[in-house]
Design a protein around this ligand. Structure first.
Ligand SMILES: [Zn+2]
Ligand SMILES: [Zn+2]
Length: 904
């Protein structure tokens, strides 16, 4: 057999297998296949996207589920695609245009600009999908969909037209969130609130028109007084009650307006108890304006610059206007005070510009009728959230839902299918350009300039990707999808809206389970950001350690996600996973070097009715039973969406039981068997069987390594070409062997006890001491009698004697020179006479003790130093405390050892 490399090298192996899987069409699911469906749609990354840790995490989770179900004989389909990401993409292309041609989008016009975006998409738009391939994602690439593809666009238009026909989409002049930099409307969700913004509560006096005094108002935005159309006071406020109904004279623009009483808007305890009302630039004032029929005066243009309504301040930007208005008020002697004030300020999610509430005519979706069925579906358990706690958040938002502003003043996106008649102003909504106005018959129609919010196309994703509105085979087979995996940050943006759209258009929930993962943050818990420089590029990690190691590390770390905590990620996690890969590689290497003469078909026959217990030795019976139990554990964990538990169970078995124990037992077994072909083939068969099962078990987590190893294992006849399409290990009670597991557990405990005595007493490794086992249980005693050879081999000792507790070993050994340890209820004793030089051992122990004493003293001093405790970060102090506890434990063990030696 050719020498295999000592270290696993993912660089060569990963791309090779991915290409092979693609070429063989393993990722594709045929909608007509007579198998139970399992479907996941990818949260479509933005076409501008570059693979980050969040994508890596989602890809890992979704691929684990897909590969696992595919191996369990489901018709597993994982659908890839991309989002056109309206505003994000438009910004990228605009920037490029500015940099390369020194032009704005307005310079080249709408049609040419949209062409530019398509050109850009052609050039770089597949980058993220190519990067997903590096992760090993088994996506059904034939089904790749882009939200701007013609069939998908048709679905978007269809949804708009239907909702409009049903009265669920309407056009209205409303107060909306406006980004003066992006110059578009935003939905409520696209506004990020900075809760702790340091601002100013500014007070000024409005003179009463009849000259009888003034009313002092408090505001965080003095410049909006240019658009005030009332002052409101609480109707029961004794300070202001008498002023209700009087008129105020605006000091800066020629206007008079009333003082009104309004118990909803005014909190008499806040500020002066009187508030200015600007219906066109504040949502609460807008509602007040509607209650009192106040004029609504917009004072800003699209860029946030004061318009003609602002009189002398026209032409000033919002923030310059604030300064100018305050200066004028001071000049006029109307300034009344100012104090610092912390409040929440809304920023544009895209560009961080402070959002301006503006009165604007936009399209809206009426949400309440759509939300009700979605709330019900979750209440009835038709869709479940994992972790379950998210349903509370979901209900809260859904029960307080507001109408959704869906029109955007952008060029890149699905243009709104509404046409205005030049002649009569009638608006016609249609699936295709109408030939004539429905009302007056005129042929001059102009299409709405706006496009739809990107999320208006993504909320159709689970069914528009499968061919809706056509009744396709795909829809029939794969809708509702099985599980949706996504970050909790888009629960409202996307998940809740998909539920609403799915129930409305398909009459069925779009997915049975929503698995919400948390965010990947750096090892200190800080958000990864380019500005902070703490981002980790998944592609760099893959280059260094391989995709398998990255995937395994992420799967392991989903423990925190299950607890709703962010995932703290460090490259060291991937290094650990990479060591795991190497460990497996080396165990396989050992197996393959010892397979001469092995016949897989013969071994398969042999254990066809379960392992023949009389024929196989304890280590073989034990490991065959263990791999079976762990398979069940992993399978159950995956069924319950406990990904980390599944990964950890597989890891502990493969590393701890297979590599650390069984490989050692097999080495001794081969030695014992010598040239006995039958004895050898029992061990060979067990090694191959357990490795084969372990690789299949681990495949969803580490697809490349497992495929590479699986291919090298000798296989019986009639097996598939790839691990990807073999069966996932299933429950098989024939291999359950409680008795062997119990016996082996006992034997392992004894071996561990022997090893620890050897280390503690510094017994030279070449020494083969006798071992005396005392036990107060006849049944166990009989078992141990049977495994003396095993114990001697693994404990590297000579003779092993087993006695009832109390039965004397005297006469055979010097009892005072005996080292003792407990292994459960078994006393493990090793006679030390002649093995260790007690004097020098004592000397060495005493020296070690001095060092320990001084280390402990140092730490104790440190931890009682108030200055240190108040300055050092909590985790450093915790580390010191843990270290101290560790040293103290070591010291007490050492004292016992010294004591024992002294007695001799
Ligand atoms: Zn913006
Ligand atoms: Zn008309």
């Amino acid at each position: 057999m050719a020498e295999r490399p000592k270290n696993y090298d993912p660089k060569e192996i990963e791309p090779r297998w991915y290409a092979e899987w693609m070429a063989r069409g393993y990722f594709h699911a045929d909608a007509a296949a007579p198998k139970a469906p399992f479907a996941i749609v990818i949260p479509p990354p933005n076409v501008t996207g570059v693979l980050h840790m969040g994508h890596a995490l989602g890809t890992t989770i979704e691929d684990i589920f897909t590969r696992w179900r595919r191996m369990a004989a489901y018709n597993a389909m994982w659908l890839p695609g991309m989002d056109h990401a309206g505003i994000a993409t438009q910004m990228v292309v605009e920037r490029e245009l500015r940099e390369t041609e020194k032009k704005s989008r307005h310079d080249i016009g709408r049609a040419a600009f949209v062409d530019k975006v398509w050109e850009w998409r052609q050039k770089t738009g597949n980058r993220i999908l190519e990067q997903l391939k590096r992760m090993g994602a088994s996506l059904d690439w034939e089904r790749t969909i882009f939200t701007m593809d013609p069939p998908y666009s048709a679905a978007v238009i269809e949804a708009f037209v239907r909702l409009h026909e049903e009265g669920l989409i309407y056009r209205a002049r409303r107060l909306i969130n406006w980004c003066p930099s992006c110059r578009t409307a935003l939905s409520d969700l696209e506004v990020d609130y900075d809760e702790g913004t340091q601002g100013e509560l500014y007070e000024f006096g409005y003179p009463l028109a009849d000259g009888s005094g003034e009313v002092v108002v408090a505001t965080t935005r003095p410049e909006t007084m240019l658009g005030d159309t009332a002052v409101a006071v609480h109707p029961d406020d004794p300070r202001h009650k008498a002023k209700i109904g009087k008129m105020v004279k605006h000091p800066l623009v020629k206007r008079e307006f009333p003082i009104i009483g309004d118990a909803i808007l005014v909190d008499p305890k806040f500020g002066t108890g009187a508030v200015k009302v600007t219906p066109a630039h504040d949502i609460n004032d807008f509602e007040t304006g509607q209650r009192h029929n106040l004029p609504m005066i917009s004072i800003f243009d699209d860029a946030g610059v004061v318009n003609a309504e602002g009189g002398e301040f026209a032409g000033l930007d919002r923030f310059a206007a604030r300064k100018a208005v305050k200066a004028r008020l001071r000049e006029l002697g109307l300034e009344r005070g100012s104090k610092p004030h912390v409040h929440a300020v809304g920023h544009c999610q895209r560009c961080e510009t402070i959002v301006e509430p503006m009165l604007s005519t936009q399209w809206f979706v009426k949400m309440e009728p759509l939300a009700k069925p979605a709330i019900q579906a979750v209440e009835q358990g038709k869709t479940k959230f994992v972790p379950e706690t998210w349903s509370k958040t979901f209900f809260h938002w859904m029960n307080n839902i507001r109408d959704w502003c869906i029109s955007r003043q952008l060029w890149w996106g699905h243009r709104i299918p509404a046409w205005t008649c030049d002649k009569c102003g009638e608006i016609t909504v249609a699936r295709a350009t109408p030939a004539a106005c429905g009302k007056c018959g005129a042929a001059q129609l102009k299409q709405d300039e706006d496009v739809l919010d990107t999320w208006f196309s993504s909320w159709l994703w689970p069914f528009a990707t499968l061919g809706w509105p056509n009744e396709t085979r795909e829809l029939k087979t794969f809708y509702p999808t099985t599980v949706l995996d996504t970050g909790y940050d888009i629960l409202f943006f996307w998940v809740a809206r998909m539920l609403m759209a799915g129930l409305h258009f398909m009459k069925k929930v779009p997915f049975r389970t929503v698995y919400l993962h948390t965010m990947v943050v750096d090892e200190h818990g800080d958000k990864m950001s380019k500005v902070k420089g703490n981002t980790i590029d998944p592609l760099d990690v893959i280059d260094k350690f391989g995709a398998d190691a990255l995937r395994f590390a992420l799967a392991w770390l989903t423990t925190s996600a299950a607890q709703g905590k962010n995932i703290k990620f460090a490259v060291s996690n991937v290094e650990d996973a990479s060591r795991f890969a190497n460990k497996i590689w080396n165990a396989t290497r050992f197996a393959l070097m010892n397979l001469e003469g092995y016949d897989p078909d013969r071994f398969a026959d042999w254990i066809a009715d379960g392992p023949d217990r009389a024929e196989l030795d304890l280590p073989e019976r034990w490991i065959l039973s263990r791999v079976q139990r762990v398979s069940e554990e992993v399978d159950t964990a995956l069924e319950e969406y406990r990904i980390a538990d599944a990964a950890q169970a597989a890891y502990h078995f493969i590393w701890g039981e297979l590599c650390d124990w069984y490989i050692e037992l097999a080495k001794a077994g081969f030695q014992r068997a010598g040239t006995d072909v039958e004895a050898r083939s029992k061990i060979q068969g067990t090694l191959v069987t357990v490795l084969d099962t372990s690789m299949r078990l681990l495949h969803p987590f580490m697809p490349f390594l497992t495929e590479e190893i699986w291919q090298q294992l000798p296989k019986g006849s009639g097996l598939p070409q790839s691990i990807m399409i073999t069966l996932y290990p299933v429950r098989d009670v024939r291999f359950h062997d409680d008795a062997s597991e119990a016996s082996m557990a006992l034997v392992q405990k004894i071996i561990v006890a022997i090893r620890s005595i050897r280390t503690e007493r510094k017994i030279p490794s070449a020494a083969r001491p006798a071992v005396l086992l005392a036990i107060n249980d006849d049944y166990k005693k009989t078992i141990l009698e049977g495994y003396k050879t095993l114990i001697a081999e693994q404990g590297r000792c000579g003779e092993v004697r087993v006695r009832r507790t109390g039965a004397s070993f005297s006469g055979e050994f010097v009892l005072s020179k005996m080292a003792m340890a407990m292994a459960g209820d078994v006393e493990v004793m090793i006679p030390l006479e002649g093995l260790v030089d007690t004097d020098s051992a004592l000397e060495k122990l005493k020296k070690d003790k001095l060092k320990l004493d001084s280390d402990i003293a140092y730490l104790m001093r440190k931890l009682s130093d108030g200055k240190y405790l108040s300055r050092a970060p909590l985790e450093v102090v915790d580390k010191d405390k843990a270290k101290l506890a560790e040293l103290e434990a070591a010291l007490s063990k050492m004292l016992i050892a010294i004591d024992r030696l002294k007695k001799k």
